[in-house]
Design a protein around this ligand. Sequence first.
Ligand SMILES: *Cc1c(COP(=O)(O)O)cnc(C)c1O
Length: 356
Amino acid sequence: MKIHNYSPGPCILPAEVFQKASQAVLDFDQLGLSILEISHRSKNFIAVMERAMALTKELLGLPEGYSVLFLGGGASLQFCMLPYNLMKAENGKAGYLVTGTWAKNAWKEAKHFGSSVAVASSEDQNFSYIPKGFEFPEGLDYFHTTSNNTIFGTQIKAFPKYNGLNVCDMSSDIFSRQLDFSQFDLIYAGAQKNMGPAGVTAVIVRDEILGKSGRPIPSMLDYAIHIDKESMYNTPPVYAVYVTMLTLEWLQRNGGVAWIEGINRRKADLLYAEIDRNPLFVGTAAVEDRSDMNACFLLVDPAQEARFDAAWKAAGISGLPGHRSVGGYRASMYNALSLESVQVLVDVMKEFERTA
Ligand SMILES: *Cc1c(COP(=O)(O)O)cnc(C)c1O
C-alpha cells in the first residue's frame, strides 16, 4: 500500500531523491566508492557542495553579496550562533517576534548575549495567530522572525520590515513559496522540514553584515570563518548535503519555487476547505494566518478519536498526530507531498462524516 507521509520532520522527500541517494551509497559518481567513504575534499564532493550552494541562491533568486553555508548543529544551534555573530558586544539588543515554540527558544537563547526583546508575542492565545501592527523598539541589532510556526500551524504572510537587519528562521517553509528573499540579511533553515534530511542546516547570509559585533567568536561559531572556508572549515555533513542537493535539483528541474508554490497552494486550499466545511473538525489557527505547510485541526468530539485514527491509518496515512503541546492533528504538507495524498486525507474526512 502507498503510504501518505504527513510527518512534521524529518519528512517526506521526493521518491527520485531516495532512489539516487540510495544508489550513491553503493557507488557514487561511478567511482566504485560509496559517498559515505570519500573525502569531503575530493573534487567529486566539492562539486556537490558548490552545486548545493549555487542551487540555493538560484532557487531563492538572491542577488550578489550573499553566502550560503551548510552547517551541522541543527536550526537550534543558530539560536545561539546568530546573536554571537550579530549582537553587539556593547549594549547588544535584538528583537524577536515570538510566534511559537521555536521562536521562543530563539528569543530565550539570545539572552545569553545581551538584551533580547520580545517585540510581540502570540503566546497569550497558544500561538494560534501572528501578531500585527506592533512598534519596534529603538536600536535593535537585528529583528528575528520565524516564517512558519511548525507546531501550531501559523505562517507569516506579510513580513514586518525592521529598518535594520532582518533575520528569519525558515526551517519549515524555505523553498515552499515565492518571497523577496533579499529583504532578509540572514536566513537559516534546518534541512529536515522541507529541503533534505536531518543533519544539515542552511545559513544564507549577506556578507557585509558580518564582523561588526566587536565580540571575539569561537571559530566553529563564526560565520565569516565558515564562509572563508566554503563551508569546509571542518568536515561538513557530507551525506546530508548530498541529499539536499538532490532535492534542490528535483525542485529546479520541475520549475522551481514558483512551480511548487502553486502545488502547495492547491494542497492547502483542498485540506482547509474540508476542515472548514466538515462539521466534525475545527482548525486551530487564525484563518488569515494559517500555514500552507502545517495544517492543525481538532475533532469537535474528542470521543471520536479512536474511530478517526483507525480510518486514516487504514488509508495508509502516516504522521498525522499533532504536536504534544497542541494535541489533535497536524497535516504537514511539505514540498514532496503530492496533491493526491492530500485528496486521500480529505476523502477519509468526508467518509468519516458520512459514517458518523
Ligand atoms: C524544527 C524547527 C527548528 C529546530 O530544528 P533542529 O534542526 O531540530 O534544531 C527550529 N525552527 C523551526 C521553525 C523548526 O520548525
